[in-house]
Design a protein around this ligand. Structure first.
Ligand code: CO
Length: 134
């Protein structure tokens, strides 16, 4: 079921500084900031040859990233995103095997305009997992 690593998401306290670090120090290609109100984040994508890094910064009052940054002042790895061919089939298999899908269980449209779901970190060795229909 699981396919390519689509991205690694890193929560950052200062989006401009983090973007500059990846662009100017590491020489990576970075996107313009993209506001995703439905997910409570602003993202910048860093394009690497084999995957992407998604820099996440809180947007709005109820951002899921705000709490994470309270516990991790310098920022930190927030989630991994794996590609799947069929998100509904993947969800049903995950539920059948006892994994918890966060939220309503219905896919939302993610940062790349494709359906995504998040899986409970306790079911994936302490790591928040996003699946995206590629
Ligand atoms: Co993501």
């Amino acid at each position: 079921m699981i396919g390519r690593l689509n991205h690694v998401a890193i929560a950052v306290p200062d989006l401009e500084a983090a973007t500059a670090r990846y662009r100017d120090t590491l020489g990576a290609k970075v996107s313009e900031p993209l506001a995703l109100p439905e997910h409570g984040v602003t993202t910048v994508f860093v394009e690497l040859p084999n995957t992407k890094i998604e820099l996440l910064h809180p947007l709005g009052e109820a951002s899921p990233i705000a709490k994470f940054l309270e516990r991790n002042n310098d920022g930190g790895i927030h989630h991994l995103c794996y590609e799947v061919d069929d998100i509904i089939a993947a969800r049903d298999k995950l539920l059948e095997d006892g994994a918890r899908v966060l939220g309503t269980g219905e896919p939302k449209i993610g940062a790349h305009g494709k359906p995504v779901l998040f899986l409970h970190p306790k079911d994936f060795t302490g790591t928040l997992v996003e699946i995206e229909q590629a």
